[in-house]
Design a protein around this ligand. Structure first.
Ligand code: ADP
Ligand code: MG
Length: 880
């Protein structure tokens, strides 16, 4: 944020105005309109010049010191704004509130006012927004009742589309909500920690008390009680009003069109925390890009609103099989009716992003193109409705009913607007000739001028006897007669002609009739412009009267788009409709990872794999060497649950998925170095979250946990976590590990099924088959992987001979042998056919049980780890 500005005393009148405006929003950059530019001064100028890479200059002096200044031209302001907003700046825009031409006095500076504060969560311009993504402002308020765990009321809205939703969430689930919404800006009490989302925090505002918030919300939406829209907790109502007030404060009091607030409740949504979302790369890849993501792999939408809806489906998969089936039915119908779908798709392609256009229109920031977007949407809506025929599933029937209804505004807009319409009203030509008589009259006077001037020129030439005389427009003199040098003397004899200017080869004269025409033409132009603005304003008002009906059409179009996108995915026959049930089955036959598969396309075939987590085989333990495909398998099955519950097709031959209430995906620290966090600590914190939050209906995929530390502790931790998932949490689990020793646990825990990535030895080196097979990896393939990676042959040979020597010496180092000798493993070796018995009473185990990862500070966690490690006797062989 810019540094504070100098004191204002001694400022010139214009600068005094600047100081006053700046004081309204000291933490924002001030765009101060001066003619065709927005100027920035003092530290604002320095910050903006650096951020925008534009020239920093100076203008006048303040208290004897030159004032730093930079500026951006008005017509290009959006591009610069976009860059500033993306860098986290907030920008206050001060406009000139009077026309410099018509203002009362030249002595006082033009009146300027802040018309808007542009912040990341309150933007409406297409240039500043990403088409396929929502741009949410989130407000949070603490739940006030002191029973149960702490919770917050959340309200989020997108002023560019009018979305307005609320939820009450436990504080522990706040990170999951933030991960799902990815808000652009967050308004929250300062005492509420936002973790990694802190940079998105906006200024704190003063919330209304609950009763006041409820009443004000009710007033806003003209209802006696907001309970008419659903049940809101006090904190949700407070948060909703905070959001509304904040938006109003940024729009200089104006409020955009907003849908009625809809309480969501978190009940119907699959919970995924931020770590899970990040590791599954649903919306964003690890590198921050959007190319190699689940969303990109399934996206066949043709409209921006469709892309946003698809994104929100993936962000919040459902947990109600009935709602999921309704979505499936919609795209299944399209799959079965390809002709209708082709027609539908053609109609959808012509549908503009109408909710964003409505957002701008409702803030008086819209242009002719936004009205044209309404017109074109209504046309596309009717065509889309017509494309759907025959008996339709519920969701499609509802969409068709919404879209098929004609809105009277469609005829008006079609008659009124040119096609294509210009971007701004000021550009002129937005209103069709023939729509408004008065506008036409002004225009014809303005436009006829050329014809009128041509005939006047002829008249003058005849009257004054100078054939080569011309009428020209001159920037200062207006319309003039230009005569060649030979004719000048003769013309001076006419009293009505005034010589105004000599030229090298002639002279310029003015004439009263010509001046009069000049004035009338300019006036007609001004009148036409003013009239066009007025007509535009009327059309805008008439359109906004139908805002809700238009938004409903936009929603229906988005739904049809997502459905056709899903049908498109399934059309090739390699994606199927999963059976989603209200139980805890999980069977995916021939499943694939859509993103890895896409990345491989053209180079290698993706090997499909089956995953069965039935009741007697809840825990799939996957071992195998590096690069064999473990991580891919894990994630593809987690993605299967996300896709299935989002109501979309899945990349498999067959899938039967019992509702997953919470999905956890964890990647071991060593595999996650790119995130640059203190790795092992993070890994343990995230693991703690699973063990505390997962339940019997959850799906947990754990990848290479315990790798971020020395072998022995890593193994111990992986062991303990696996045991807890199997015996206490009892959820569906896929657990990948390079500790192939863990496969031995299957003998002690009945619901573990060891699997391994098949590897073939071929002429002394390994070939990965990427095939998941039941059974344990008999040995580590590390030596072979070393060879693949280019470790010198001599070293690989030496390692291979050491390995076989070690194996002979210990019987089997991997299974039983050295490992069985560890007290930890011996302790766990007792009978455990059900896993529910009290755990053996050994010291290490007690120490682990006593640990409550949720209550540990990072420092304590580290200490605890050292304690645990100290409890472990030194291993027989050096395992590191
Ligand atoms: P691991 O976790 O076992 O080290 P990965 O899952 O990261 O292995 O996979 C390594 C690479 O192997 C992937 O980037 C991909 O190119 C390839 N791969 C993984 N699974 C498959 C598969 N089922 N079919 C084809 N190639 C695969
Ligand atoms: Mg891996």
């Amino acid at each position: 944020m810019p540094a504070p500005s100098p004191h204002q005393s001694g400022a010139t009148p214009a600068m005094a105005q600047w100081f006053a405006a700046k004081a309204e929003h000291p933490d924002a950059l001030l765009f101060f309109r001066m003619g065709d530019f927005y100027e920035l001064f003092f530290s604002d100028a320095e910050a903006a010049a650096a951020a925008l890479d534009i020239v920093l200059s100076h203008r006048g002096e303040h208290n004897g010191v030159p004032i730093p200044m930079c500026g951006v031209p008005k017509h290009a302001a959006e591009t610069y704004l976009a860059r500033l907003i993306r860098r986290g700046y907030r920008v206050a825009v001060a406009e000139q509130m009077e026309d410099p031409k018509t203002r009362a006095s030249l002595k006082i500076p033009i009146r300027r006012e802040i018309v808007r504060l542009i912040t990341p969560g309150t933007i409406t311009e297409d240039a500043l927004l990403e088409a396929g993504q929502p741009n949410l402002l989130l407000a949070l308020a603490r739940g006030q009742d002191n029973v149960g765990p702490p919770w917050v009321g959340a309200a989020w809205l997108d002023i560019s589309t009018g979305i307005f939703e609320t939820a009450a969430v436990q504080l522990a689930d706040l990170p999951a909500l933030l991960g799902r919404l990815e808000p652009a800006e967050i308004i929250a009490p300062e005492t509420l920690a936002l973790g990694e989302w802190t940079p998105r925090r906006g200024p704190e505002t003063v919330p209304s008390p609950p009763l006041v918030a409820r009443r004000r919300l009710g007033d806003l939406f003209q209802t006696a009680s907001i309970e008419a829209f659903g049940t809101f907790s006090d904190a949700e109502a407070v948060a909703a009003m905070v959001a509304v007030d904040y938006v109003r404060s940024t729009q200089a009091g104006a409020l955009p069109r907003l849908a009625r607030p809809a309480p969501m409740g978190e009940a119907g949504v699959m919970a995924m925390d931020a770590a899970t979302r990040a590791s599954l790369e649903i919306h964003r890849a690890r590198d921050g890009g959007i190319l190699h993501t689940l969303l990109a792999a399934v996206k066949h939408t043709v409209t921006p609103a469709g892309a946003r809806l698809l994104g929100s489906w993936l962000a919040a998969p459902l947990t109600d099989p009935i709602a999921i089936t309704a979505r499936q039915d919609a795209w299944s119908w399209m799959l079965a009716n390809p002709q209708a779908t082709i027609r539908l798709r053609a109609a959808l392609r012509t549908a503009p992003d109408v909710v964003r256009a409505l957002g701008r229109l409702s803030l008086s920031r819209g242009g002719p193109r936004d009205l044209a977007a309404v017109r074109d949407t209504l046309r596309a809506a009717r065509e889309a409705a017509a494309a759907l025929e025959g008996p339709l599933p519920m969701a499609l029937a509802a969409a068709q009913a919404t879209l098929g209804h004609e809105l009277p505004i469609q005829g008006t807009l079609t008659a009124a607007l040119t096609d294509p319409a210009p971007l701004r009203v000021d550009d002129g030509g937005a209103i069709r000739p023939g729509y408004d008589g008065e506008l036409d009259a002004h225009r014809s006077l303005r436009d006829d001028s050329r014809r009128v001037l041509a005939s006047m020129q002829l008249d003058y030439a005849q009257k004054y006897g100078v054939a080569s005389l011309k009428i020209r427009h001159h920037s200062q003199l207006g319309y003039v007669i230009e005569a060649p040098a030979v004719a000048v003397e003769a013309l001076r004899a006419f009293p009505e002609l005034t010589l105004r200017q000599g030229m090298a080869n002639g002279a310029r004269f003015t004439e009263p009739g010509l001046s009069d025409l000049d004035r009338r033409i300019t006036e007609a132009g001004d009148r036409a412009a003013a009239r066009e603005k007025l007509v535009f304003a009327h059309l805008t008002e008439a359109t906004l009267a139908h805002a809700d009906a238009l938004a409903a059409r936009a929603d229906a179009i988005a739904l049809l788009d997502v459905a056709q996108s899903a049908a498109n995915l399934a059309a090739a026959g390699t994606w199927c409709r999963p059976v989603v049930t209200d139980d805890d089955q999980f069977l995916v036959r021939g499943g694939r990872h859509p993103v890895v598969e896409a990345a491989l396309a053209g180079q290698a075939a993706f090997v499909p794999n089956t995953c069965d987590l039935s009741a007697d085989r809840r825990v799939l333990l996957l071992t195998g060497p590096n690069m064999a495909g473990k991580s891919t398998f894990l994630r593809q099955n987690a993605l299967m649950a996300v896709l299935a519950q989002a109501g979309l097709p899945v990349p498999a031959e067959e899938a039967r998925i019992g509702i997953v209430d919470r999905l956890f995906s964890r990647v071991g620290a060593a595999d996650d170095l790119a995130r640059g966090r203190s790795t092992f600590m993070v890994e343990m914190t995230e693991t703690a979250a699973i063990l505390n939050q997962a339940g019997p209906r959850s799906l947990v995929v754990v990848d290479e946990i315990g790798r971020g530390t020395a072998t022995t502790d890593g193994l111990a931790i992986a062991w303990a976590v696996l045991e807890a998932l199997h015996s206490s949490v009892r959820c569906r689990t896929i657990f990948a590990t390079h500790f192939h020793e863990l496969a031995e646990l299957a003998e002690r825990m009945p619901r573990i099924r060891p699997h391994t990535m098949r590897v073939k030895e071929w002429r002394g080196s390994v070939v990965f088959l990427h095939e998941v097979a039941e059974g344990a990896a008999g040995r580590s393939w590390g030596v072979h992987v070393a060879e693949l990676a280019g470790v010198p042959k001599s070293v690989v040979r030496r390692a291979a001979s050491l390995l076989s020597a070690l194996e002979k010496q210990n019987g089997s180092l991997a299974v039983g042998g050295a490992l069985g000798a560890l007290p930890l493993f011996a302790a766990a070796a007792g009978p455990d056919d059900d896993g529910d018995e009290a755990l053996p009473d050994d010291e290490l185990r007690r120490a682990l049980t006593d640990l409550d990862p949720d209550r540990l500070t990072p420092r304590e966690a580290l200490d605890a780890l050292y304690r645990l490690k100290a409890l472990l006797p030194a291993p027989a062989g050096d395992q590191d």
